[in-house]
Design a protein around this ligand. Structure first.
Ligand SMILES: Nc1nc2c(ncn2[C@@H]2O[C@H](COP(=O)(O)OP(=O)(O)OP(=O)(O)O)[C@@H](O)[C@H]2O)c(=O)[nH]1
Length: 328
């Protein structure tokens, strides 16, 4: 098979508690980021590796706006995952900022994982990203074939060959080519095993038990935004932003019955979108509140009172002042 090496998990039960390789006591720590076009499965893979929901997933493209880090703690390593938005042709100021965030991230990490869905042929979007990757010479690049549960082995094999080919065309070798299924939990541990040796030696960078360094308010806002996006399908694709204005423990509560008050604003771009978000008799907004509150409570481990307001921030995606206020 030429120089192409594709990794699959060995059939014997993997012993992940045992540091692999001969350099048993070496500890590594560093950063990896997953790149790929929107919907390639980056957030889902981050969550699968970390073992908890830290990045926001949805079946709408371009939902990840923040550089969320997931942290994988292992006896032999700490792998910090930086989840970037999909690189894309900028149409708005927001789009341009997102692309800047992506490129800056790429230059700073120790290894880049290029995610390509198994069920889609390599397209112009993938090539665009791969060309950018080719320009980042010193960072090892791992090709990750995602969503392998959606294809048969023949289609998967063809995709692997196409990816190997793509690297050769652009003049670089992939450090590894790894097929995974994040939802099926297939080869996810193996991916971690392959990323770790590409990290520099060093002590842990984050305290044991931290799964992400994203501020809680941002995670809470993302959970609300995810719930708000659900069900609006094509009506409001990218027009929603959420800002958590305040998170405060309710005073005068007994210590064994705490309550966290969260006030958040859901921003839309036009008055006409208000009705869609709020729904008939406020039902949609209420559902968004219930759904996200449950997730926030699970995340923070405390009962929550969630107060949601819908506000219009006119054309916020095109307005630098609004973008800053909304945290971009
Ligand atoms: N069947 C299957 N679906 C998957 C898998 N991984 C992700 N998906 C689905 O693919 C869609 C996109 O996944 P995301 O993880 O949000 O993709 P992303 O690359 O982070 O997307 P952006 O944030 O828009 O860049 C979601 O509907 C996921 O449920 C997988 O291993 N198998």
């Amino acid at each position: 098979m030429g120089g192409m090496s594709v990794r699959t998990q060995s059939p014997e039960p993997s012993d992940s508690s045992e540091p692999s390789g001969s350099s048993g006591s070496v500890h590594r720590a560093g950063f990896a980021c997953f790149v790929g076009r929107p919907n390639a499965g980056k957030s889902t893979l981050t969550n699968a590796l970390v073992g908890q929901k830290v990045a926001i997933t949805s079946n709408r493209p371009q939902t990840t706006r923040h550089t969320v880090r997931g942290i994988v703690h292992r006896p032999d390593a700490q792998l910090i995952l930086v989840d970037t938005p999909g690189l894309h042709k900028p149409r708005t100021l927001l789009g341009e900022r997102l692309n800047d965030v992506v490129r800056t991230t790429w230059a700073e990490v120790d290894v880049i994982g290029f995610c390509l869905p198994a069920d889609q042929k390599i397209g112009p979007g993938d090539r665009f990203i791969a060309k950018e990757l080719a320009g980042i010479r010193k960072t090892p690049k791992v090709a990750i074939v995602t969503k392998t549960d959606l294809v048969d082995s023949k289609a998967l094999a063809e995709q692997l060959i196409a990816i190997d080919q793509l690297g050769k065309e652009l003049g670089f070798e992939w450090a590894e080519i790894v097929p995974v299924s994040a939802t099926g939990g297939r080869q996810v541990d193996l991916l971690a095993d392959l990323l770790v040796p590409l990290l520099p030696e060093g002590p842990t960078l984050y305290p044991e038990g931290d799964l992400t360094d994203e501020p809680e308010q941002v995670m809470v806002a993302e959970l609300i935004r995810e719930a708000a996006l659900e069900g609006v399908r094509d009506e409001l694709p990218h027009s929603i932003a959420v800002v958590v204005e305040e998170m405060l423990p309710r005073p005068d509560r007994p210590a064994d019955r705490p309550l966290l008050d969260i006030h958040a604003n859901v921003y839309i771009e036009r008055p006409s979108q208000k009705g869609i978000i709020i729904g008939p008799k406020g039902k949609r907004l209420k559902d968004v509140g219930i759904k996200s509150r449950k997730q926030i409570e699970a995340l923070l481990g405390t009962p929550v009172f969630l107060d949601l307001h819908v506000k219009v921030a006119k054309d916020w995606q095109r307005d630098p002042k609004q973008l800053r206020r909304l945290g971009f």
